[in-house]
Design a protein around this ligand. Structure first.
Ligand code: HGY
Ligand code: MN
Ligand code: MN
Length: 383
């Protein structure tokens, strides 16, 4: 299993491998100051119009082997398969440095740098060891003051290959799916604060138990979310202090991840969850603090680029089927800056964010063939 977080030592390892493969495919390779590795197909004029193809290289903890990195490898394979064939545009393959948001609790650092939308205050976020994003960038041998240089110039658009990470394509018996829309995502950190106390001597009615309050809230969030069609709400992280078996918890920090394909449903659900936390805290004599870490609107894929991708898939002999992505992707960030399209590969068992995440080799071959056909169609359109 793999755990590769932002500019961690495993990221240095994967950069070494990707540099080798990009170079062997005839690409000029750089790492920008947000830690994105970037390979440009040769013959590209500096600053010339280019198609970006990529995904992220960071992973969740104990991840599988395909979430993100498969999209980078398929980008390199596209360039490799073109060989000496010339297109009327360059291809830039990007391996983004931070999409999951695991190390600093803030996702999309790499793609925001490419989109030119990275807020400067994100550089001050600290990881659990107190290291800031800026420190991590410097420790990697990069310069945070040069992040603006990472911004994309003249972009035709962005194509991302990614595993579906869900059960839809497998249920349809399809190897590939064209993404129509990516669900919006709200991420919140909530802190319940009570009073630590002796587990043996404090009567139940005299307690201000932060962990019990958080637990009541977590169960209530799950119940509420189950009533709303297409809504998902997840509490994936919990940290409690002092985290001892014989001490009533004085403080408990929990994460909330809320998603829905339409924004009003998501925004309403997230707000209701925070109000619920505040009510439970008040009734239990706790205080509540919350911080919105991400408020990412749902994004519809670019119509023209997606139509070209659908044609490429059907020209490759596969019925083009649309999928809404419940997972967030770097395409959401770049879609605010350039036309974007995404091609999903079937996820056996719908499994992801798990060491047993898999793909079928034939589906990867089909994705590559559809990607090459997409380049033909885009090239013809721009000649
Ligand atoms: O959380 C997500 O949707 C993605 O895996 N970053
Ligand atoms: Mn992921
Ligand atoms: Mn991913």
């Amino acid at each position: 299993m793999t755990t590769r977080t932002f500019l961690s030592p495993p990221m240095r390892d994967v950069h070494a491998h990707v540099t080798e493969w990009m170079t062997a495919a005839g690409m000029a390779v750089t790492v920008d100051h947000a830690g994105n590795i970037r390979g440009v197909s040769d013959g590209a004029t500096a600053g010339g119009a280019r198609l970006f193809v990529g995904s992220h290289l960071d992973t969740v903890p104990r991840a599988g082997a395909f979430d993100g990195v498969l999209g980078v490898m398929l980008g390199i394979a596209l360039v490799e398969s073109l060989g000496s064939r010339r297109l009327p545009f360059a291809i830039e393959v990007v391996g983004f440095s931070e999409e999951e948001g695991v190390r600093f609790g803030v996702p999309y650092i790499g793609s925001r740098a490419l989109a030119g939308t990275l807020d400067r205050d994100i550089l001050d976020h600290r990881d659990p060891h107190g290291c800031t994003v800026a420190d991590a960038i410097r420790a990697y041998g990069l310069d945070p003051s040069r992040i603006p240089e990472a911004a994309a110039g003249d972009a035709i658009g962005y194509l991302e290959f990614h595993i579906e990470q869900g059960p839809v394509l497998e249920s349809r018996g399809l190897p590939l799916g064209v993404v129509s829309r990516i669900a919006g995502q709200t991420r919140v950190m909530l802190t319940f604060t009570g009073t630590a106390g002796h587990a043996g001597t404090t009567p139940m009615h005299l307690r201000r138990d932060a962990l019990a309050g958080a637990a009541e809230w977590i169960a209530a969030v799950e119940r509420a979310a189950s009533q709303v069609p297409d809504l998902v709400a997840t509490v994936g992280r919990i940290e409690t202090e002092p985290n001892a078996t014989n001490v009533i918890a004085g403080r408990c920090v929990v994460s909330l991840d809320v998603r829905h394909r339409d924004n009003p449903s998501r925004v309403r659900a997230a707000a209701e969850a925070v109000t619920l936390a505040r009510d439970i805290a008040a009734r239990r004599g706790l205080t509540l603090h919350h911080e919105v870490r991400l408020d990412e609107p749902a994004l519809a894929m670019d119509i023209a680029l997606t139509a070209l991708l659908e044609r490429a898939v059907s020209d490759s002999g596969i019925s083009a089927s649309n999928v809404v992505s419940g997972a967030g992707h770097d395409a959401m960030v770049l879609g605010l800056r350039m036309p974007v399209a995404m091609l999903f590969l079937r996820s056996p068992g719908g499994l992801s964010h798990h060491p047993d995440e898999a793909v079928h080799d034939d589906d990867v071959a089909a994705a590559l063939a559809a990607g090459l056909r997409f380049l033909d169609l885009l090239g013809a359109e721009r000649s």
